[in-house]
Unconditional design. Structure first.
Length: 131
């Protein structure tokens, strides 16, 4: 049909490449890391493009089904936030030393994903359902 689906669904391959590089940098420094996203759709897209090589989970609920939260404690986080605004959830409740590592244009004329990095994941054991 000649339809470029990236104009509809976005260039998640670009986002996946950016987070893959950041996780590789952390691993080269001897640190374990996983990828945290705003929602299940972005988690699914990134997981698809990384072929499941790195654990990816959304902020809410599903991660407890895929991997026990206690297994993630102390790891570094590469967090992907869709949209141009600051995340609605304060990341300081999840980890420390939060910093922006890049921005990825992934949808024509519309969307930017901001990639953050933070250390020492503390879990979701506080009030996190109000995201």
């Amino acid at each position: 049909l000649g339809i470029d689906v990236s104009t509809i669904f976005g260039r998640w391959d670009r986002v996946a490449q950016a987070v893959d590089q950041e996780v590789a940098n952390l691993k080269a420094a001897g640190r374990e890391a996983f990828i945290l996203t705003d929602g299940y759709q972005s988690a699914s897209q990134i997981t698809y493009h990384l072929r499941g090589r790195i654990f990816v989970t959304p902020l809410l609920c599903a991660f407890t089904l895929w991997r026990p939260p206690v297994e993630l404690l102390g790891q570094d986080v590469v967090y992907v936030h869709e949209g141009g605004r600051e995340p609605r959830r304060d990341l300081r409740g999840f980890c420390r030393n939060i910093r922006v590592v890049g921005h990825v244009d992934f949808m024509p004329r519309r969307a930017v994903a901001t990639v953050y990095r933070c250390e020492d994941f503390r879990g979701f054991f506080r009030d996190w359902h109000g995201f």
